[in-house]
Unconditional design. Structure first.
Length: 74
């Protein structure tokens, strides 16, 4: 069983996870992520496999970029 099987977004095709600029910053997707038991695994996946677009692990592209920079500086 993969972490994806426990994801709150499983089976959801919601464009909110890939918001256009200015589209409420992905608030709807982040609200779904806030209820998810596997956000850490999702975030780790996005950083490992360089998911550049969308909301992953409850973070936007720019937020993940900051996390990645902090990780490299540590």
């Amino acid at each position: 069983m993969s972490w994806r099987d426990s994801a709150a977004c499983l089976g959801t095709f919601d464009p909110a996870f890939f918001p256009a600029k200015g589209y409420q910053s992905g608030r709807k997707a982040k609200a779904i992520c806030a209820t998810c038991p596997v956000t850490a695994e999702c975030l780790d996946y996005s950083l490992t496999y360089r998911a550049y677009y969308g909301i992953w692990g409850g973070l936007s592209e720019s937020q993940r970029h900051k996390v990645k920079r902090k990780g490299k500086a540590a």
